[in-house]
Design a protein around this ligand. Sequence first.
Ligand code: NAD
Ligand code: TYD
Length: 350
Amino acid sequence: MAVDLKSVLVTGGAGFIGNNFVRFFLKRHGDTEVINLDKLTYAGNLESLRDIEGNHHYHFYKGDISDAAFVKRLFNEWHFDAVVNFAAESHVDRSILGPQVFIDTNVRGTMTLLEAAREFEVGRFLQVSTDEVYGSLGSTGKFTETNGLSPNSPYSASKTSADMLARAWWKTFGVPALITRCSNNYGPYQFPEKFIPLMIINALQDKELPVYGDGKNVRDWIFADDHCEAIEAVLENGRVGEVYNIGGGNEVENIELAKLILAKLGKPESLLKFVTDRPGHDRRYAMDSTKIERELGWRPNRSFEQGIEETIRWYVENQKWWHRIVSGEYQNYYKLQYEERPSWSNLRKG
Ligand code: NAD
Ligand code: TYD
Protein backbone atom coordinates (compact mmCIF):
# COMPACT_ATOMS: atom_id res chain seq x y z
CA MET A 1 0.00 0.00 0.00
CA ALA A 2 1.39 3.40 -0.99
CA VAL A 3 0.00 5.26 2.03
CA ASP A 4 -0.97 4.31 5.56
CA LEU A 5 -4.68 5.09 5.72
CA LYS A 6 -5.53 5.77 9.35
CA SER A 7 -8.17 8.37 8.47
CA VAL A 8 -9.87 9.09 5.17
CA LEU A 9 -12.16 12.00 4.38
CA VAL A 10 -14.97 11.03 2.01
CA THR A 11 -16.94 14.05 0.83
CA GLY A 12 -20.44 13.55 -0.56
CA GLY A 13 -20.70 10.22 1.26
CA ALA A 14 -24.49 10.55 1.60
CA GLY A 15 -24.93 10.63 -2.18
CA PHE A 16 -25.32 7.72 -4.55
CA ILE A 17 -21.73 6.62 -5.23
CA GLY A 18 -20.46 8.09 -1.97
CA ASN A 19 -22.64 5.90 0.27
CA ASN A 20 -21.74 2.81 -1.74
CA PHE A 21 -18.07 3.78 -1.35
CA VAL A 22 -18.28 4.41 2.42
CA ARG A 23 -19.89 0.98 2.94
CA PHE A 24 -17.41 -0.73 0.60
CA PHE A 25 -14.38 0.99 2.14
CA LEU A 26 -15.34 0.26 5.77
CA LYS A 27 -15.74 -3.40 4.87
CA ARG A 28 -12.31 -3.56 3.27
CA HIS A 29 -10.39 -1.35 5.74
CA GLY A 30 -11.59 -2.37 9.19
CA ASP A 31 -9.11 -0.13 11.05
CA THR A 32 -9.45 3.07 9.00
CA GLU A 33 -11.50 5.97 10.35
CA VAL A 34 -13.89 7.06 7.60
CA ILE A 35 -15.15 10.63 7.91
CA ASN A 36 -18.12 11.53 5.75
CA LEU A 37 -18.54 15.27 5.06
CA ASP A 38 -21.81 16.00 3.30
CA LYS A 39 -24.02 19.07 2.96
CA LEU A 40 -27.15 16.92 2.65
CA THR A 41 -28.54 18.63 -0.40
CA TYR A 42 -31.62 17.07 -2.03
CA ALA A 43 -29.25 14.33 -3.31
CA GLY A 44 -27.75 13.47 0.08
CA ASN A 45 -29.71 11.00 2.18
CA LEU A 46 -28.65 9.60 5.55
CA GLU A 47 -31.27 6.85 5.16
CA SER A 48 -28.85 5.31 2.67
CA LEU A 49 -26.30 4.86 5.48
CA ARG A 50 -28.55 3.53 8.27
CA ASP A 51 -26.90 0.10 8.20
CA ILE A 52 -23.46 1.48 9.11
CA GLU A 53 -24.49 4.14 11.62
CA GLY A 54 -23.37 1.97 14.51
CA ASN A 55 -19.88 1.37 13.08
CA HIS A 56 -17.51 3.21 15.42
CA HIS A 57 -14.98 3.74 12.59
CA TYR A 58 -17.59 5.83 10.72
CA HIS A 59 -18.10 9.54 11.50
CA PHE A 60 -20.57 11.91 9.87
CA TYR A 61 -20.24 15.71 9.63
CA LYS A 62 -22.84 17.91 7.99
CA GLY A 63 -21.12 20.75 6.16
CA ASP A 64 -20.25 22.43 2.89
CA ILE A 65 -16.97 21.69 1.10
CA SER A 66 -16.80 25.32 0.00
CA ASP A 67 -16.97 26.61 3.60
CA ALA A 68 -13.24 27.23 4.14
CA ALA A 69 -13.43 27.82 7.91
CA PHE A 70 -15.43 24.65 8.50
CA VAL A 71 -13.19 22.58 6.22
CA LYS A 72 -10.09 23.85 7.98
CA ARG A 73 -11.47 22.94 11.41
CA LEU A 74 -12.23 19.43 10.19
CA PHE A 75 -8.77 18.92 8.71
CA ASN A 76 -7.22 20.28 11.90
CA GLU A 77 -9.23 17.81 13.97
CA TRP A 78 -8.46 14.71 11.90
CA HIS A 79 -5.22 15.28 9.95
CA PHE A 80 -6.47 13.05 7.12
CA ASP A 81 -4.15 10.64 5.34
CA ALA A 82 -6.35 10.83 2.25
CA VAL A 83 -9.30 12.69 0.75
CA VAL A 84 -11.76 11.23 -1.76
CA ASN A 85 -13.85 14.04 -3.20
CA PHE A 86 -17.26 12.83 -4.37
CA ALA A 87 -19.18 15.92 -3.23
CA ALA A 88 -20.74 17.62 -6.22
CA GLU A 89 -23.86 18.80 -7.90
CA SER A 90 -24.15 15.92 -10.31
CA HIS A 91 -27.18 16.25 -12.59
CA VAL A 92 -26.68 17.63 -16.10
CA ASP A 93 -30.35 18.67 -16.44
CA ARG A 94 -30.18 20.75 -13.27
CA SER A 95 -26.95 22.38 -14.43
CA ILE A 96 -28.82 23.62 -17.49
CA LEU A 97 -31.61 25.08 -15.36
CA GLY A 98 -29.33 26.62 -12.71
CA PRO A 99 -25.55 26.53 -13.19
CA GLN A 100 -24.48 28.71 -10.23
CA VAL A 101 -24.51 26.03 -7.54
CA PHE A 102 -22.44 23.77 -9.83
CA ILE A 103 -19.68 26.36 -9.85
CA ASP A 104 -20.02 26.98 -6.10
CA THR A 105 -19.67 23.33 -5.13
CA ASN A 106 -17.82 21.63 -7.98
CA VAL A 107 -15.26 24.38 -8.60
CA ARG A 108 -14.99 26.53 -5.48
CA GLY A 109 -15.60 23.57 -3.17
CA THR A 110 -12.86 21.51 -4.81
CA MET A 111 -10.44 24.42 -4.52
CA THR A 112 -11.30 24.80 -0.83
CA LEU A 113 -10.51 21.13 -0.22
CA LEU A 114 -7.28 21.35 -2.23
CA GLU A 115 -6.18 24.33 -0.14
CA ALA A 116 -6.85 22.41 3.07
CA ALA A 117 -5.02 19.38 1.66
CA ARG A 118 -2.07 21.66 0.94
CA GLU A 119 -2.04 23.25 4.38
CA PHE A 120 -2.43 19.96 6.28
CA GLU A 121 -0.16 17.93 3.96
CA VAL A 122 -2.68 15.23 3.11
CA GLY A 123 -1.03 12.04 1.73
CA ARG A 124 -3.42 11.52 -1.24
CA PHE A 125 -6.17 13.63 -2.79
CA LEU A 126 -8.44 11.72 -5.15
CA GLN A 127 -10.70 13.86 -7.32
CA VAL A 128 -13.68 11.81 -8.53
CA SER A 129 -14.34 12.98 -12.08
CA THR A 130 -16.33 11.89 -15.07
CA ASP A 131 -16.05 10.83 -18.72
CA GLU A 132 -18.21 13.89 -19.53
CA VAL A 133 -15.13 16.14 -19.37
CA TYR A 134 -14.01 14.67 -22.72
CA GLY A 135 -17.14 15.79 -24.57
CA SER A 136 -19.01 13.64 -27.05
CA LEU A 137 -17.92 10.79 -29.36
CA GLY A 138 -19.10 9.86 -32.84
CA SER A 139 -20.14 6.29 -33.55
CA THR A 140 -16.61 4.85 -33.13
CA GLY A 141 -13.61 5.19 -30.80
CA LYS A 142 -13.19 5.53 -27.03
CA PHE A 143 -11.85 8.20 -24.70
CA THR A 144 -8.31 7.72 -23.44
CA GLU A 145 -6.58 9.79 -20.76
CA THR A 146 -4.71 11.74 -23.45
CA ASN A 147 -7.89 12.99 -25.13
CA GLY A 148 -8.44 16.74 -25.05
CA LEU A 149 -11.11 18.06 -22.70
CA SER A 150 -14.26 19.41 -24.41
CA PRO A 151 -17.08 19.71 -21.88
CA ASN A 152 -20.48 20.61 -23.33
CA SER A 153 -22.75 21.16 -20.31
CA PRO A 154 -22.41 23.47 -17.31
CA TYR A 155 -22.04 20.28 -15.20
CA SER A 156 -19.17 18.88 -17.26
CA ALA A 157 -17.54 22.31 -17.52
CA SER A 158 -17.54 22.55 -13.72
CA LYS A 159 -16.08 19.05 -13.37
CA THR A 160 -13.41 19.86 -15.96
CA SER A 161 -12.52 22.98 -13.99
CA ALA A 162 -12.15 20.90 -10.83
CA ASP A 163 -9.83 18.48 -12.66
CA MET A 164 -7.71 21.39 -13.81
CA LEU A 165 -7.51 22.74 -10.25
CA ALA A 166 -6.38 19.34 -8.93
CA ARG A 167 -3.72 19.20 -11.64
CA ALA A 168 -2.51 22.74 -10.88
CA TRP A 169 -2.38 22.14 -7.10
CA TRP A 170 -0.20 19.09 -7.82
CA LYS A 171 2.07 20.85 -10.31
CA THR A 172 2.39 24.11 -8.36
CA PHE A 173 2.08 23.14 -4.70
CA GLY A 174 2.85 19.41 -4.75
CA VAL A 175 -0.59 18.41 -3.42
CA PRO A 176 -0.57 14.65 -4.23
CA ALA A 177 -3.65 14.68 -6.45
CA LEU A 178 -4.99 11.79 -8.52
CA ILE A 179 -7.95 12.05 -10.87
CA THR A 180 -10.36 9.26 -11.82
CA ARG A 181 -12.77 9.72 -14.72
CA CYS A 182 -15.63 7.24 -14.72
CA SER A 183 -18.48 6.49 -17.06
CA ASN A 184 -22.20 6.46 -16.08
CA ASN A 185 -22.84 4.63 -12.81
CA TYR A 186 -25.94 2.68 -11.82
CA GLY A 187 -26.96 0.58 -8.81
CA PRO A 188 -28.75 0.86 -5.45
CA TYR A 189 -29.42 4.28 -3.85
CA GLN A 190 -29.26 6.43 -7.01
CA PHE A 191 -31.54 9.48 -6.89
CA PRO A 192 -34.44 9.04 -9.35
CA GLU A 193 -33.55 12.05 -11.47
CA LYS A 194 -30.96 9.92 -13.30
CA PHE A 195 -31.96 7.72 -16.20
CA ILE A 196 -31.97 4.18 -14.78
CA PRO A 197 -33.73 4.75 -11.43
CA LEU A 198 -36.17 7.19 -13.07
CA MET A 199 -37.15 4.59 -15.68
CA ILE A 200 -37.53 1.84 -13.06
CA ILE A 201 -39.59 3.97 -10.67
CA ASN A 202 -41.83 5.37 -13.38
CA ALA A 203 -42.42 1.91 -14.80
CA LEU A 204 -43.28 0.58 -11.33
CA GLN A 205 -45.86 3.39 -11.00
CA ASP A 206 -47.17 2.92 -14.58
CA LYS A 207 -46.00 6.44 -15.44
CA GLU A 208 -44.51 7.54 -18.75
CA LEU A 209 -40.79 6.98 -19.35
CA PRO A 210 -39.43 10.22 -20.89
CA VAL A 211 -36.79 9.46 -23.53
CA TYR A 212 -34.85 12.48 -24.81
CA GLY A 213 -34.58 13.10 -28.56
CA ASP A 214 -34.43 9.95 -30.69
CA GLY A 215 -33.28 7.80 -27.75
CA LYS A 216 -30.14 6.75 -29.61
CA ASN A 217 -27.64 8.46 -27.30
CA VAL A 218 -25.17 5.92 -25.95
CA ARG A 219 -23.79 5.65 -22.40
CA ASP A 220 -21.16 3.21 -21.06
CA TRP A 221 -22.75 1.84 -17.87
CA ILE A 222 -20.79 0.67 -14.82
CA PHE A 223 -22.12 -0.80 -11.58
CA ALA A 224 -21.30 1.57 -8.68
CA ASP A 225 -19.41 -1.09 -6.68
CA ASP A 226 -17.05 -1.62 -9.60
CA HIS A 227 -16.39 2.12 -9.62
CA CYS A 228 -15.71 2.00 -5.86
CA GLU A 229 -13.19 -0.79 -6.33
CA ALA A 230 -11.40 1.21 -9.03
CA ILE A 231 -11.23 4.27 -6.75
CA GLU A 232 -9.76 2.13 -3.97
CA ALA A 233 -7.10 0.81 -6.39
CA VAL A 234 -6.14 4.32 -7.52
CA LEU A 235 -6.17 5.69 -3.97
CA GLU A 236 -3.82 2.97 -2.76
CA ASN A 237 -1.56 2.38 -5.72
CA GLY A 238 -2.17 4.98 -8.43
CA ARG A 239 0.65 7.29 -9.48
CA VAL A 240 0.28 10.79 -8.08
CA GLY A 241 -0.46 13.45 -10.70
CA GLU A 242 -2.04 10.88 -13.05
CA VAL A 243 -5.49 10.52 -14.56
CA TYR A 244 -7.20 7.10 -14.69
CA ASN A 245 -10.20 6.34 -16.91
CA ILE A 246 -12.77 3.87 -15.54
CA GLY A 247 -15.36 2.34 -17.84
CA GLY A 248 -17.89 -0.44 -17.62
CA GLY A 249 -17.41 -1.68 -21.17
CA ASN A 250 -21.22 -1.69 -21.51
CA GLU A 251 -22.36 0.66 -24.24
CA VAL A 252 -26.14 0.81 -24.50
CA GLU A 253 -28.55 3.10 -26.35
CA ASN A 254 -31.01 4.84 -24.02
CA ILE A 255 -34.03 3.50 -25.87
CA GLU A 256 -32.75 -0.08 -25.66
CA LEU A 257 -32.15 0.33 -21.95
CA ALA A 258 -35.63 1.73 -21.36
CA LYS A 259 -37.13 -1.20 -23.27
CA LEU A 260 -35.03 -3.68 -21.29
CA ILE A 261 -36.26 -2.23 -17.98
CA LEU A 262 -39.88 -2.41 -19.15
CA ALA A 263 -39.41 -6.02 -20.26
CA LYS A 264 -37.80 -7.04 -16.94
CA LEU A 265 -40.72 -5.46 -15.03
CA GLY A 266 -43.35 -6.92 -17.38
CA LYS A 267 -44.57 -3.44 -18.39
CA PRO A 268 -45.75 -2.37 -21.89
CA GLU A 269 -43.63 -0.32 -24.32
CA SER A 270 -46.59 2.05 -24.64
CA LEU A 271 -45.18 3.71 -21.49
CA LEU A 272 -42.26 5.07 -23.56
CA LYS A 273 -42.56 8.75 -24.42
CA PHE A 274 -40.14 10.59 -26.69
CA VAL A 275 -39.70 14.14 -25.37
CA THR A 276 -37.80 17.26 -26.46
CA ASP A 277 -34.06 16.67 -26.39
CA ARG A 278 -31.70 18.14 -23.80
CA PRO A 279 -29.74 21.09 -25.27
CA GLY A 280 -26.07 20.23 -25.83
CA HIS A 281 -26.91 16.53 -25.32
CA ASP A 282 -23.72 14.46 -25.76
CA ARG A 283 -24.31 11.69 -28.26
CA ARG A 284 -22.01 8.93 -27.11
CA TYR A 285 -19.55 8.18 -24.29
CA ALA A 286 -17.20 5.19 -24.23
CA MET A 287 -14.17 4.72 -22.01
CA ASP A 288 -10.85 3.04 -22.71
CA SER A 289 -9.79 1.60 -19.33
CA THR A 290 -6.53 0.05 -20.55
CA LYS A 291 -4.37 2.21 -18.26
CA ILE A 292 -6.02 1.24 -14.96
CA GLU A 293 -6.26 -2.39 -16.08
CA ARG A 294 -2.55 -2.58 -16.97
CA GLU A 295 -1.15 -0.52 -14.08
CA LEU A 296 -3.44 -1.52 -11.24
CA GLY A 297 -5.00 -4.80 -12.40
CA TRP A 298 -8.55 -3.44 -12.00
CA ARG A 299 -11.43 -4.82 -14.04
CA PRO A 300 -15.20 -4.49 -13.58
CA ASN A 301 -16.73 -7.58 -11.93
CA ARG A 302 -20.44 -7.14 -12.72
CA SER A 303 -21.85 -7.98 -16.13
CA PHE A 304 -24.52 -5.52 -17.25
CA GLU A 305 -27.08 -8.33 -17.18
CA GLN A 306 -26.31 -9.09 -13.48
CA GLY A 307 -26.01 -5.43 -12.49
CA ILE A 308 -29.30 -4.31 -14.02
CA GLU A 309 -31.19 -7.28 -12.49
CA GLU A 310 -29.73 -6.48 -9.07
CA THR A 311 -30.56 -2.78 -9.46
CA ILE A 312 -34.15 -3.37 -10.54
CA ARG A 313 -34.61 -5.81 -7.64
CA TRP A 314 -33.26 -3.22 -5.21
CA TYR A 315 -35.78 -0.57 -6.33
CA VAL A 316 -38.61 -3.12 -6.20
CA GLU A 317 -37.64 -4.15 -2.67
CA ASN A 318 -36.83 -0.65 -1.35
CA GLN A 319 -39.91 1.34 -2.26
CA LYS A 320 -39.83 3.08 1.12
CA TRP A 321 -36.44 4.60 0.22
CA TRP A 322 -37.70 6.14 -3.01
CA HIS A 323 -41.26 6.92 -1.89
CA ARG A 324 -39.71 9.49 0.48
CA ILE A 325 -38.32 11.20 -2.63
CA VAL A 326 -41.34 10.82 -4.88
CA SER A 327 -43.82 12.19 -2.35
CA GLY A 328 -41.75 13.92 0.34
CA GLU A 329 -39.76 17.10 0.83
CA TYR A 330 -37.73 16.68 -2.35
CA GLN A 331 -40.51 15.62 -4.71
CA ASN A 332 -39.93 18.59 -7.03
CA TYR A 333 -36.45 17.27 -7.80
CA TYR A 334 -38.02 14.05 -9.03
CA LYS A 335 -41.03 15.64 -10.72
CA LEU A 336 -38.83 17.86 -12.84
CA GLN A 337 -37.92 14.74 -14.75
CA TYR A 338 -41.32 13.62 -15.82
CA GLU A 339 -43.89 16.36 -15.56
CA GLU A 340 -42.31 19.77 -14.97
CA ARG A 341 -39.44 19.71 -17.44
CA PRO A 342 -39.38 23.09 -19.18
CA SER A 343 -39.24 23.26 -22.92
CA TRP A 344 -35.50 22.78 -23.40
CA SER A 345 -35.65 24.32 -26.83
CA ASN A 346 -36.45 27.75 -25.35
CA LEU A 347 -33.20 27.76 -23.41
CA ARG A 348 -30.86 27.54 -26.38
CA LYS A 349 -30.42 30.71 -28.42
CA GLY A 350 -29.25 30.66 -32.01
P1 NAD B 1 -25.05 12.57 -6.00
O1 NAD B 1 -25.67 13.80 -6.56
O2 NAD B 1 -25.88 11.36 -5.80
O3 NAD B 1 -24.37 12.91 -4.58
C1 NAD B 1 -23.66 14.07 -4.34
C2 NAD B 1 -23.47 14.21 -2.83
O4 NAD B 1 -22.69 15.40 -2.60
C3 NAD B 1 -24.78 14.39 -2.06
O5 NAD B 1 -24.78 13.58 -0.91
C4 NAD B 1 -24.80 15.86 -1.70
O6 NAD B 1 -25.50 16.14 -0.49
C5 NAD B 1 -23.31 16.15 -1.56
N1 NAD B 1 -22.98 17.57 -1.75
C6 NAD B 1 -23.42 18.39 -2.74
N2 NAD B 1 -22.91 19.63 -2.59
C7 NAD B 1 -22.12 19.57 -1.48
C8 NAD B 1 -21.31 20.53 -0.82
N3 NAD B 1 -21.22 21.79 -1.25
N4 NAD B 1 -20.62 20.16 0.29
C9 NAD B 1 -20.72 18.87 0.75
N5 NAD B 1 -21.48 17.93 0.17
C10 NAD B 1 -22.17 18.28 -0.94
O7 NAD B 1 -23.81 12.28 -6.95
P2 NAD B 1 -23.16 10.88 -7.39
O8 NAD B 1 -23.87 10.38 -8.58
O9 NAD B 1 -23.01 10.01 -6.21
O10 NAD B 1 -21.72 11.39 -7.88
C11 NAD B 1 -20.65 11.48 -6.95
C12 NAD B 1 -19.42 12.01 -7.67
O11 NAD B 1 -19.07 11.14 -8.75
C13 NAD B 1 -19.62 13.39 -8.31
O12 NAD B 1 -18.43 14.13 -8.13
C14 NAD B 1 -19.85 13.09 -9.78
O13 NAD B 1 -19.43 14.16 -10.59
C15 NAD B 1 -18.98 11.86 -9.95
N6 NAD B 1 -19.40 10.95 -11.03
C16 NAD B 1 -20.69 10.49 -11.06
C17 NAD B 1 -21.06 9.60 -12.06
C18 NAD B 1 -22.46 9.05 -12.11
O14 NAD B 1 -22.81 8.38 -13.08
N7 NAD B 1 -23.31 9.28 -11.12
C19 NAD B 1 -20.14 9.19 -13.04
C20 NAD B 1 -18.82 9.68 -12.97
C21 NAD B 1 -18.48 10.56 -11.95
P1 TYD C 1 -28.37 10.91 -17.02
O1 TYD C 1 -28.73 9.79 -16.10
O2 TYD C 1 -28.92 12.27 -16.73
O3 TYD C 1 -26.79 10.92 -17.14
P2 TYD C 1 -25.82 11.80 -18.11
O4 TYD C 1 -26.60 12.79 -18.85
O5 TYD C 1 -24.90 12.42 -17.12
O6 TYD C 1 -25.16 10.81 -19.01
O7 TYD C 1 -28.84 10.52 -18.49
C1 TYD C 1 -28.38 9.36 -19.13
C2 TYD C 1 -28.88 9.40 -20.55
O8 TYD C 1 -30.31 9.30 -20.54
C3 TYD C 1 -28.57 10.69 -21.26
O9 TYD C 1 -28.31 10.41 -22.64
C4 TYD C 1 -29.85 11.50 -21.15
C5 TYD C 1 -30.92 10.43 -21.16
N1 TYD C 1 -32.13 10.72 -20.37
C6 TYD C 1 -33.39 10.54 -20.94
O10 TYD C 1 -33.51 10.16 -22.12
N2 TYD C 1 -34.49 10.77 -20.17
C7 TYD C 1 -34.41 11.18 -18.89
O11 TYD C 1 -35.46 11.41 -18.23
C8 TYD C 1 -33.12 11.37 -18.31
C9 TYD C 1 -32.99 11.82 -16.88
C10 TYD C 1 -32.01 11.11 -19.10
